[in-house]
Ligand binder design. Structure first.
Ligand code: IPM
Ligand code: MG
Length: 372
């Protein structure tokens, strides 16, 4: 089959990790007989420099036409002036919103070999396997902002808005995911303080009671959840939360996996009829400007995002699994970028890791290896 993938490398290490993901996708495509056609487009700071706009219309058009979108990262010190009117991150928020990608799935399932790369005790990490479903197109990220300067003081506001329908649709995505896993949903809010969170809790309670009565449901306040994530991470299955809490909690959760560099994400919208949902796939790490251009960025988050893309938007489950197994085997073999290798071990480059995964992936497509 032939698939068109819009590629948005963005800034910093974005182009390096997207390149690594393409290498692996081409290997799996070659082995399985698929043709991935990449169409590169501008986003973020690179786009600001080239066009003055962090998300040109042409990029949006290309993403709409493609079967899926693969993104690297946006932002960097070059564009960090707090007074700037145009910022790279606006491009990322706008593409999420333009494509209606309201649910951001961030799986956290630490590889056992990486336990020593995490500051947490190895026994806490055993059996950790959860997915954070982060609401992605609402909340404080998208409410009106203001800045007022008076003679005596400066005042800034960010409005946080949620409607019941926005909460309902992301809750349903999380519930369906929990149904396909261990059947537990944790909803995270700050209902003791925020009105948006009281609505959030009300809606999640109603949707789970009326539509998913067989799920085990717990509600946690976000501060408590931040603590439980490092105290009892193995007890979580699916966590659903609003945009900003999800942003913060998933960076925290990356500590469980040993490095933020290994975590993938999928952003999806409503699936249209029987069709697979259009999606945007990106590692959860940022543009990491301090290591950009050095060839040492960890490509695993981007490679695993590619696997999620194959599974969710292209319907290629066996190929996705082959990538995930090839990544696990690569980690087992000790080939690791400096963020994971630490002081010990052989330090591999971004390309070394990608090539190691690419070389292994074909074998996992063979039925006898799949059964093993
Ligand atoms: C993420 C990032 C973005 C976000 C930034 C770059 C705007 O931190 O995808 O988690 O806050 O959503
Ligand atoms: Mg973030």
């Amino acid at each position: 089959m032939r698939f068109t993938i819009a590629c948005l490398p963005g800034d910093g290490i974005g182009p390096e990790v997207v390149g690594a993901a393409k290498l692996v996708l081409d290997a799996v495509g070659g082995a399985a007989g698929h043709d991935f056609v990449y169409q590169d487009a501008l986003i973020g700071g690179a786009s600001v420099d080239a066009t003055g706009d962090p998300l040109p219309d042409e990029t949006v058009r290309l993403c709409r036409r493609a079967d899926a979108v693969l993104l690297g990262a946006v932002g960097g010190p070059r564009w960090d002036d707090p007074r700037a009117r145009v910022r790279p991150e606006q491009g990322l928020l706008a593409i999420r919103r333009e494509l209606g990608l309201f649910a951001n799935l961030r799986p956290v399932a630490p590889h056992p070999r990486l336990a020593s790369a995490s500051p947490l005790k190895a026994e806490l990490l055993r059996d950790v396997d959860f997915v954070v479903v982060r609401e992605l197109t609402g909340g404080i990220y998208f409410g009106d902002k203001s800045r007022t300067e008076t003679a005596t003081d400066d005042v800034a506001t960010d409005l946080c808005i949620y409607s019941a329908s926005e909460i309902e649709r992301v809750t349903r995505v999380a519930c369906r995911l929990a149904e396909s896993r261990r059947g537990k949903l944790t909803s995270v809010d700050k209902a003791n303080v925020l009105e948006t969170s009281r609505l959030w809790r009300e809606v999640v309670t109603r949707v789970t009671r009326d539509e998913f009565p067989h799920l085990e449901v717990e509600h946690l306040l976000v501060d408590a959840c931040a603590m439980h994530l490092v105290m009892r991470p193995a007890t979580f299955d699916v966590i659903v939360t609003e945009n900003m809490f999800g942003d913060i909690l998933t960076d925290e959760a990356s500590v469980l996996a040993g490095s933020i560099g290994v975590l993938p994400s999928a952003s999806v919208g409503e699936s249209r009829g029987g069709n697979l949902p259009k999606g945007l796939y990106e590692p959860i790490h940022g543009s990491a400007p301090t290591i950009a251009g050095k060839g040492i960025a960890n490509p695993i988050g981007a490679i695993l995002s590619g696997a999620m893309m194959l599974r969710i938007s292209l319907g290629l489950d066996a190929e996705a699994r082959a990538i995930e197994r090839a990544v696990a085997e690569t980690i087992d073999s000790g080939v690791a970028t400096p963020d994971l290798a630490g002081g010990s071990g052989r330090q591999a480059s971004t390309t070394d890791v990608a090539e190691s995964v690419a070389q292994r992936v074909g074998a996992f497509l063979l039925p006898e290896r799949v059964i093993v």
